[in-house]
Design a protein around this ligand. Structure first.
Ligand code: TXA
Ligand code: MG
Length: 332
């Protein structure tokens, strides 16, 4: 049974321990309840996707307790500084360039060069972040496709045993997810409308700011999402390795051969990664983007990827692999 616990100091301290152990905690924010996990722990991030039943890995928002901490993970230009000063803590998420030594899991940012950051306007959320001592990634605490929860009972009804504890602090003040503004390249664009409006943001930046959905170029909301795309072609469902290819393995490769002779296991280390030797989908998800990047270099003619079972978290892994394989032929 999932425990709904009143979010007092003792409950927050216990929840912080759970987070440090890789657990998932539903936390109140001013917008909606979030399903929080350690942003630095790839396996915890994989558990979040699995708990939500997300069929793909949408990048997650990293939540911080202070601007100083956010700056260790994201690059703040003048615009970001100004918006942080005006609207944080509050329902504004900024998509910024990922900082060079940002330690957030590649799975949480879906392999992108950018990262979404925000400071929630809720003391419980900030106290939990401080007590855990790490940034927390937190999508809305509901099953994918369901309504965002604005009260603890909604979380319990939607996620049940998938969440280790629910920190209860009544109803959310705003009740709608944060505004997401993309400042990662050139013109600022609002990717998701929220309580902070285009006018609010324009008045601080002193430039007009538009909603992405206003643009005639965008045909469906799904196209708003950027995808990580390796430069090297990706070959799926590989049962062997061709000359010049790198191998992204899953499970045992004891019996896998290299075309023209030899064993996959003897490939040079720069050409071989294993998502999970034990065939653990959580471990595989946590490794996915980092390993694709490591194998993505001009020395390889392609990245051969072994079959990943299409169940549970495997569905999201395969979704991303398919996009990576198709990216060179698809319009960006
Ligand atoms: O109010 C909120 O933002 C809540 C609370 C819990 O903080 N969280 C939330 O998270 O709504 P989620 O995962 O449901 O929504 C995150 C949004 C998605 O639309 C995602 O595509 C976008 O932020 N996003 C995250 N990282 C991004 C990135 N690097 N580039 C573009 N969009 C990004
Ligand atoms: Mg959501």
């Amino acid at each position: 049974m999932t425990k709904i616990i009143q979010a007092d100091a003792a409950a927050i301290a216990k929840a912080a321990v759970l987070i440090k152990e890789g657990g998932l905690v539903a936390m109140p924010t001013e917008t909606v309840y979030g399903l929080a996990g350690n942003a630095l722990d790839g396996k915890a991030v994989a558990r979040i996707y699995e708990a939500k039943g997300r069929p793909s890995f949408n990048p997650l928002i990293a939540h911080f307790a202070s601007v100083e901490e956010a700056k260790t993970c994201a690059v703040f230009d003048e615009r970001a500084e100004a918006l942080a000063q005006s609207f944080w803590p509050g329902p504004l998420t900024m998509v910024l360039q990922r900082a060079q030594d940002c330690a957030v899991s590649e799975l949480a940012t879906a392999g992108l060069e950018s990262i979404a950051v925000r400071i929630p306007d809720h003391a419980v959320a900030r106290d939990l972040i401080k007590a855990a001592g790490v940034p927390l990634v937190a999508p809305s605490a509901n099953k994918s496709g369901g309504l965002s929860p604005t009260a603890p009972a909604h979380v319990a009804a939607s996620l049940g045993d998938k969440v280790d504890t629910i920190l209860a602090a009544g109803k959310c003040k705003v009740g709608l997810e944060s505004t997401v503004i993309d400042l990662s390249d050139g013109t600022p664009v609002i990717l998701r409308p929220g309580a902070i409006t285009a006018e609010d943001i324009s008045s601080v930046l002193v430039v007009p700011v538009h909603y992405a959905s206003d643009s005639g170029d965008i045909k469906s909301p799904g196209q708003l999402l950027k995808h990580y795309a390796p430069d090297t072609p990706v070959r799926l469902n590989a049962v062997d390795v061709k000359a010049g290819e790198a191998l992204l393995a899953f499970g045992s490769i004891k019996f896998m051969g290299v075309e023209g002779g030899g064993h996959a296991i003897d490939l040079p280390s720069e050409s071989l990664r294993n998502l999970s030797e034990e065939g653990d989908l959580y471990e595989a998800a946590a490794n996915l983007f980092a390993m694709l990047k490591e194998l993505d270099c001009p020395e390889h003619t392609a990245i051969a990827v072994m079959n990943v079972p299409n169940q549970g978290l495997g569905i999201a892994i395969n979704d991303r692999l398919k996009r990576a394989a198709a990216s060179r032929t698809m319009a960006s």
